[in-house]
Design a protein around this ligand. Structure first.
Ligand code: 1GP
Length: 244
C-alpha cells in the first residue's frame, strides 16, 4: 500500500513529503500537536526512527502518532530494536554506500523472523549516506564512510547497483542536521540513472531547500530536525514540496 502510493505519485510526477520523528526528541502534547498539524498540511508519511535512539519510548511514540492522526507510519530503523508492529511499513534498509556487512545483510537476518510475525509492509531500500560537511550520527554509529559529496557518478552507480539487486527504493541521506544537504547535481545524476523512487533527506531546513531537492528529482523529501526546532515550519515545507 505505502510503496504503491509512492510509485503512483511518481507516475503522476507528484512529490511527497515525509516528516521524520525521532522519539528521543519529541513526545506527549507536542508530538500530538505536531501530528495534527502534519495531517492538516497533508503530510504523506511519518517516518519514525533514527541512527541513535536512547530512550525507551519508541513504542509509545508510535501509539501516540496513531492516536493523533491517520498518516501512515513508516519505520526508518537505526537498529533491530526499532521494530514495532503498530507501524504500517518498514524501510528495510541496506546501507549500500557502506562496506559494513552487518548493515548490508547481518541485522536483517536478526530482524527477519520478527518482521514475518507482523503484518507490516516491508520495503527493501538502498540506503546511501552522503558526506555533508561534518560527522553525523549515522556515519559514527554505522562505522562507514559516507559517499563523497561531489562524486555524482559514484552515487548514481551505487544507486543503480541497488536497483539491479532488486531494491525498491533509494534513500539518499546527508544525515540528521547535516550542514550541507545532498547536492542538486547528485540528486539529478541518481534520478537519471534509476527507475525506482528516490527519497532524499538530511539538512533540509527551508522551503527553498525542500523545493530544490524535489525539483532536482527527489520523489519523497524527508525533514526532521528543522521542524522539531520550529514546528510551525511544517506548513511551509509541505506546501513547498507539494507545489513542485
Ligand atoms: C535524517 O534524512 C533524515 O536521517 C532527516 O534529516 O533531521 O536533518 O531533517 P534532518
Amino acid at each position: 500500500m505505502i510503496y504503491k502510493s509512492i510509485t503512483q505519485s511518481v507516475e503522476k510526477t507528484g512529490k511527497q513529503f515525509a516528516l521524520l520523528i525521532d522519539p528521543d526528541k519529541i513526545s506527549g502534547k507536542s508530538l500530538i500537536a505536531l501530528c495534527r498539524n502534519a495531517e492538516k498540511c497533508k503530510t504523506d508519511f511519518i517516518f519514525v526512527g533514527g541512527s541513535y535512539i536512547s530512550n525507551g519510548g519508541f513504542s509509545d511514540c508510535i501509539k501516540d502518532i496513531k492516536k493523533a492522526c491517520s498518516i501512515p507510519v513508516v519505520l526508518f530503523p537505526g537498529s533491530v530494536m526499532q521494530i514495532d508492529k503498530k507501524a504500517d511499513a518498514i524501510l528495510f534498509l541496506s546501507l549500500i554506500s557502506g562496506r559494513n556487512p552487518e548493515l548490508l545483510i547481518g541485522k536483517h537476518v536478526t530482524a527477519a523472523p520478527h518482521l514475518k510475525k507482523t503484518r507490516m509492509e516491508i520495503i527493501p531500500t538502498g540506503y546511501m549516506v552522503i558526506e555533508s560537511g561534518r560527522l553525523t550520527s549515522v556515519q559514527y554509529i554505522s562505522g562507514t564512510l559516507p559517499l563523497p559529496h561531489g562524486k555524482t557518478d559514484l552515487a548514481a552507480h551505487t544507486a543503480l547497483a541497488g536497483q539491479m539487486l532488486g531494491l525498491k527504493l533509494i534513500y539518499m541521506d546527508a544525515g540528521s542536521g547535516a550542514e550541507k544537504p545532498v547536492s542538486e547535481a547528485m540528486i539529478k545524476a541518481v534520478k537519471n540513472e534509476i527507475s525506482i523512487p528516490l527519497i532524499v533527506g538530511g539538512g533540509i531546513n527551508s522551503e527553498a531547500k525542500a523545493k530544490a531537492a524535489a525539483r532536482a528529482g527527489a520523489d519523497v523529501i524527508v525533514v526532521g530536525n528543522s521542524i522539531e526546532k520550529n514546528p510551525e515550519q511544517i506548513f511551509k515545507i509541505a506546501e513547498a514540496v507539494h507545489s513542485v
